[in-house]
Each structure stands twice: as C-alpha cells, then as structure tokens.
Ligand binder design. Sequence first.
Ligand SMILES: NC(=O)c1ccc[n+]([C@@H]2O[C@H](COP(=O)([O-])OP(=O)(O)OC[C@H]3O[C@@H](n4cnc5c(N)ncnc54)[C@H](OP(=O)(O)O)[C@@H]3O)[C@@H](O)[C@H]2O)c1
Length: 258
Amino acid sequence: MTIATELFDLTGEVAMVTGASSGLGWRFAQVLAGQGAKVVLAARRTERLLDLKTEIENTGGAAHCVALDVADRGAIVAAFDEAEEAFGPVTIQVNNAGMAIQKMALETSEKDWRMLMDVNLDAVWWCSREAAKRMISARKPGCIINTSSILATNAMPTLSVYSITKAAVSQMTRSMAVEFARHNIRVNAIAPGYVRTEINSDALDSAKGDVLKKAIPQRRFGEPEDLDGILLLLASEKAGGFMTGEVVVVDGGHSVAI
Ligand SMILES: NC(=O)c1ccc[n+]([C@@H]2O[C@H](COP(=O)([O-])OP(=O)(O)OC[C@H]3O[C@@H](n4cnc5c(N)ncnc54)[C@H](OP(=O)(O)O)[C@@H]3O)[C@@H](O)[C@H]2O)c1
C-alpha cells in the first residue's frame, strides 16, 4: 500500500452528503464512496439519488438514499435516524445543499431572503449540530465539511444574500471548529470559485460567462473533480487530522487576482 492510498482510505467511515442529487454533492458522494466510506445520499430529488446509489453500488461501494428537504428541521433529525439505522453513526458530514437566487438587493423579497437563509445557512447549522451531537454520543471522532464560496469574501451584484449566507457558513466553520475540537470533531469548509454545475451552467455558458472567465487567472471554470483532492484531505483523519477551522479556496486564482 502506498502512503497516499493509506492516507485517504475512508474504510469504516459513514458519510452523509446533502445535495447529493447533482453537481458537487453528486461528485463528493462518488469520491467518498470510492475511498471506502459508506455514503448516505440526501436531497429532495430521490429519483436522482437512486441513480447515484446504483452507480456507487455497481463500482463496489455502499450507499443509502434519504429524502431530505434541508429547510425542514424535523426532516433533518429523521434523516440522521435513517442514516444511522442503515450504516451506523455519521462520521463525515458534508453540508453541501445550496441554492442561489440572483436579484439586486433592492429587488430581493422577504421570501427570497428567508429561503436562502433556510437552505444555505440555517440547514448547515442544524445539520452540523445534529451530526456533532450524534458523533459525541457515539464517542466517535469525525468531521464536518461545509460548502462555502469565494463569494463569502468577495462581492458581486445580484448575489448579496447568497454571499451573506456563505460568509456566515465560513464563520460558522471557524466557530464550531473551536468548540468541537474537544470532541475530536474537525470542522472545515471548501470555498469553490466557479465550478460548472446546474446552479450556474446557464450563466457560465452566456456572454457574461466569457467575461467572467477572463477574470480567472487559469482562464477556465472548475469542474467538480477539481475538488476531489481537497475533499479527501478534509475528510480523512489520517491526511487532515491537524486541520480544523479552515476555509479552503479552490478557484483557479480568481479571488486573488486584482
Ligand atoms: N458550482 C459552483 O460554482 C459553486 C461555487 C461555490 C459554492 N457552490 C456551492 O456548492 C453547493 C452545491 O452546489 P452545486 O454547484 O452542486 O449546485 P446544484 O447542482 O444546483 O446542486 C445543488 C444541490 O443542493 C440540493 N438542494 C437545494 N435545495 C435543497 C433543499 N431545500 N433540501 C435539500 N437539498 C437541496 C439540490 O438537491 P434537490 O434539488 O434534489 O433537493 C442539489 O443536489 C451549494 O452549496 C453551492 O452554493 C457552488
């Protein structure tokens, strides 16, 4: 066994990925399963989750689907119950479900604000607490990985509320990291730049997308697999065991370019 294989081996771990029905979450679940973790796939579109479950099982992995609207707090608790029944306590919690509503601040309604807060922020808080409580009572070390964004620190017209939720997720990552360290729970976040998925493919494929691409030093948008390495570093106790409270930017140099 090479050092790398050992470092990123997740055999014995149980990972829950929210927003596993498309984009980054789909890829995260595939990657974690590929390294030996049993994965719980959570989202609203369960027919898509079933396709992913089949794909994972066909390559020798183990997956279980859970119908979950992360804006429903009762459903979060039920999802963890179901996950535990299927595979035992979750030890890697990936809070990835998210949405965007593109509107100028002055055009944003109270409903838009509430929806973005519920899905992108409140759900991360409640899922993290639920995961941590269960790791603690099972006396298992574990980790929480949040999906933040470069918009947590950089601003762009029409995405103010989205950016506010991501800034809060980054700060939640740091705050929970300092509290949960005593329980052997690491909390980190990935802050992707523009990665082509359903959330943004229309925008990235437009003329505006071409302008955006020119602002990225590497002159390309990311692909979900560009996050494989950071995901495994943060998920693996052997590889990233001394890392907590970090928000790691993966963006082709976008956010450091003037
Ligand atoms: N792609 C990028 O460039 C980029 C950059 C920075 C950050 N991010 C973040 O990365 C995460 C994943 O986004 P993506 O790019 O992969 O977009 P995506 O393809 O649109 O995926 C979003 C996922 O979130 C789930 N979701 C949305 N609302 C939900 C709800 N109420 N309950 C449960 N699941 C819900 C969706 O599942 P269902 O609809 O089936 O429920 C879907 O699986 C998001 O947090 C996003 O903000 C993305």
